[in-house]
Design a protein around this ligand. Structure first.
Ligand code: NAD
Length: 490
């Protein structure tokens, strides 16, 4: 069945009917697979208005009740897992395993958020004054705008929406213009959950389809308290200052240029599996994709030779086939970027129609400069060599991005040094695990030009709430802080 026929069937089974000027093409064969209507400026305005009204109601619903809506959403996602994953494969080109993994991540974050809805806790703090109590409360923040990238076309919405909703906030989603159909499918599932929940305010979960202009209208609307934006550093460079200009909050999840150090004591069998998945998986189109391999000179020849053999055996092809490990790049522009980065040496493989399929590449370089410093969103693995660990850590940190990093070593001192304050400067630092494929329980995000935002687990929920410090006097005196005397003489 062609991607277009299969998409039409899946969308119908999920009750999604769409049509409009924004056409979606499958990266599998480049053919159009459906279309959606783009939001006008008036519709963005209306969505923000309705969401702001929804906030007034939703913020007073007890958090565990809010969690019930996310529990229902998780159920809908479980029931539709196979269909939604297949749509991710058809529209974003992910292989079957990764499509399923993406939807599983949505289910996991729903489960996590349901538990969290009973644990939105604040501190009690010792007061310096007698008969006083000081505490922190976390209140709902307001409308949350979520802008997402094509490469995690649905999971990133879920990371944000599940937490934002239990924290008491309405969500307006601006999905990638390259993956509008999966977004429409997710909204259909969200509607089922909302219908079953029964009494959520209108406009709690909305979606505005379109490109950069729609995103910018959302970014500029003062009713949007938090803009959570995932995408390229170029996008963040525009969005961050625009939101700051109006004193809004932003949570930025931008590009990465992730490295793995392989030390002389490393278990090379583990390391090669990690490189395979981290560098070639998702056709190099993950923010956490391994782009720089920093190998100890003493093992470099052997290790790189093993990797080259492994990469030559990767099955590149139609992502719908179970044996495929690497599917297509998202579009022609992605192929052009890869080919330019490789001085015209990217190896294109003919698979189907106008799909852009490439063989993941290993490029040995003698210094970290030029394209090695950039995030080319394609499967190119640069290999660098080192003698001293400090040199390797300096290479790991010597780029403007700061998302993910890892070290393969069986030497405790090396591992701990890498994780220490003088080690990796990234938001994610792993030992004997590749830089890619994080779990939702930890806080996810990176430093420097990756934007500094944190999503998903740990205390990331705090980004979706506002903090109030409360001091309560239950005594009969009114002592001032710092012992200040301020009385009118009798
Ligand atoms: P992109 O920056 O082209 O687009 C991302 C989203 O931003 C899209 O929805 C787009 O319409 C919107 N957008 C673009 N310019 C905008 C503007 N000026 N105002 C408002 N919205 C705007 O990115 P992409 O090609 O879809 O995704 C790939 C990039 O995303 C890579 O750089 C990757 O590293 C990054 N990414 C980061 C993370 C993370 O968590 N750090 C996760 C996934 C992807």
């Amino acid at each position: 069945m062609s991607p277009a026929e299969e998409t039409a069937k899946l969308l119908a089974s999920l009750g999604v009917r769409t049509e409009g000027s924004l056409v979606s093409q499958s990266p599998i064969d480049g053919a159009a697979i459906g279309s959606v209507a783009e939001a006008t400026n008036g519709e963005v305005e209306q969505a923000c208005l309705v969401a702001a009204e929804a906030f007034v109601q939703w913020r007073t619903v007890p958090a565990p009740r809010r969690g019930e809506l996310i529990r229902l959403l998780g159920e809908e996602l479980r029931n539709a897992k196979e269909s939604l994953a297949r749509l991710v494969t058809l529209e974003a080109g992910k292989i079957v395993q990764e499509g399923l993994g993406e939807v599983q991540e949505m289910i996991d974050i729903c489960d996590y958020a349901v538990g969290l809805s009973r644990q939105l806790y604040g501190l009690t703090i010792a007061s310096e004054r007698a008969d006083h109590r000081m505490m922190e409360q976390w209140h709902p923040l307001g409308v949350v705008g979520v802008i997402t990238a094509f490469n995690f076309p649905v999971a990133v919405w879920a990371w944000n929406a599940a937490l934002a909703v239990v924290c008491g906030n309405p969500v307006i989603w601006k999905p990638s213009e390259k993956t509008p159909l999966v977004a429409a499918a997710v909204m259909a599932l969200a509607k089922r959950a909302l219908d079953r929940f029964g009494h959520a305010p209108q406009g709690l979960l909305q979606c505005l389809q379109g490109g950069r202009e729609v995103g910018e209208a959302l970014v500029d609307d003062t009713r949007v308290a938090l803009v959570s934006a995932t995408g390229s550093t170029a996008m963040g460079r525009v969005v961050g200052p625009r939101v700051a200009q109006r004193f809004g909050r932003s949570l930025l999840e931008l590009g990465g240029n992730n490295a793995m150090i392989v030390g002389p004591s490393a278990d090379l069998k583990l390391a090669e599996r990690a490189v395979l998945f981290s560098a070639a998986g998702t056709a190099g189109q993950r923010c956490t994709t391994l782009r720089r391999l920093i190998v100890h000179e003493s093992i470099a020849d052997e290790f790189v030779a093993r990797l080259k053999t492994l990469f030559a055996g990767i099955r590149v092809g139609d992502p719908r086939e179970e044996t495929t490990l690497v599917g297509p790049l998202i579009d022609e522009a992605a192929f052009r970027a890869m080919n330019e980065a490789m001085d015209g040496k990217a190896e294109r493989i003919e698979v189907e129609g106008d799909g852009y399929y490439v063989r993941p590449a290993i490029v040995e370089v003698d210094a970290q400069r030029g394209m090695v410093l950039k995030e080319t969103f394609a499967p190119i693995l640069y290999v660098l060599r080192y003698w001293e660990l400090d040199e390797a850590i300096a290479l790991n940190n010597g780029v403007v991005q700061g998302l993910s990093s890892s070290i393969f070593t069986n030497d405790l001192r090396e591992a701990e040094r890498f994780l220490s304050a003088a080690g990796s400067d990234c938001g994610i630092a792993n030992v004997n695990i590749g830089p890619s494929g994080a779990e939702i329980g930890g806080a996810f995000g990176g430093e420097k030009e990756t934007g500094g935002g944190r999503e998903s687990g740990s205390d990331s929920w705090r980004a979706y709430m506002r903090r109030a410090t409360n001091t309560i006097n239950y005594g009969t005196e009114l002592p001032l802080a710092q012992g200040i005397k301020f009385d009118v003489a009798p």
